[in-house]
Design a binder for this molecule. Structure first.
Ligand code: UTP
Length: 231
């Protein structure tokens, strides 16, 4: 991958806050890795998802109210991403741009820091879409989606044990394979709203799991485990 351009990472909140607390061990490893890369002149935008915090609030609001709009559920998710993003910005306080991106219409001018942390913005999408906006607005070329989903499969691996991982897929085929309907808290490799924009921008998206050595392999142009979605 080219380090002349910033790399946009969509970091699944489930890796920051899995079910049951903050994964300090993982964040520590991730932080050391990103710092090493920054020392080697890489630049990053990292968008943080809502993780179990978002899923818990969304599930609780659904249960208690019985009837609630997607709009209200999405806002619970957005606030969760903001808390997680603020946490990650605190971890990188000495390195990252001081402001977490919360409004994608306000572009950072004269960016000096090698790292910017971002959170959710508006209802109706996930942080995958926000990460795509950063690709568009900051002249990045590709997007790395890191989450607890390691591959795109040819069918849902939770329902079908014989589901096979896919190494490379076009946006058209990805759209046919996955649900294209938005639902708050949706768990899909790459969300449908972000998919539309990625297709429009001809962007390549890499879906990989949490393994840091695998991320290093991808950045360094070596073989890696994961799915490439492209035009
Ligand atoms: P994400 O779905 O991005 O979190 O945001 P996540 O934890 O990274 O998800 P995984 O790990 O990739 O599966 C959580 C929820 O916040 C709302 C949506 O409801 C979303 O599902 N959200 C987030 C928005 O409505 N708008 C945004 O811009 C971002």
């Amino acid at each position: 991958m080219d380090k002349e351009k910033p790399v946009v990472i969509s970091l699944g909140g489930s890796l920051v806050v899995p079910n049951g607390g903050i994964d300090t061990e993982y964040i520590n490893k991730f932080s050391k890795f990103i710092r090493k890369k920054i020392a080697d002149k890489w630049r990053f935008f990292i968008v943080i998802g809502g993780g179990a915090t978002a899923r818990h609030y969304i599930a609780a609001a659904r249960k208690i109210t019985g009837k609630i709009t997607d709009w209200d559920l999405d806002w619970l998710g957005i606030h969760s991403t903001q808390l997680n993003a603020h946490f990650i910005r605190t971890v990188f306080k000495d390195t990252a741009h001081p402001r977490v991106i919360l409004n994608y219409e306000k572009k950072i001018v004269n960016l000096r820091e090698p790292l910017v942390i971002a959170a959710g913005w508006k209802p109706g999408c996930s942080t995958d879409y926000d990460a795509m906006l950063l690709v568009r607005d900051y002249n990045a070329k590709s997007l790395i989606n890191i989450s607890n989903i390691e591959w795109v499969h040819n069918k849902d691996p939770k329902k079908f044990p014989d589901a096979k991982p896919i190494e490379k897929i076009s946006w058209e085929d990805y759209e046919k394979l996955t649900s294209q309907e938005w639902t708050p808290g949706i768990n899909s490799p790459f969300d449908p709203v972000a998919t539309k924009l990625a297709k429009e921008l001809n962007c390549t998206v890499y879906i990989i799991g949490s393994n840091i050595d695998n991320l290093d392999n991808l950045l360094s142009g070596r073989d890696f485990k994961g799915t490439i979605i492209s035009s």
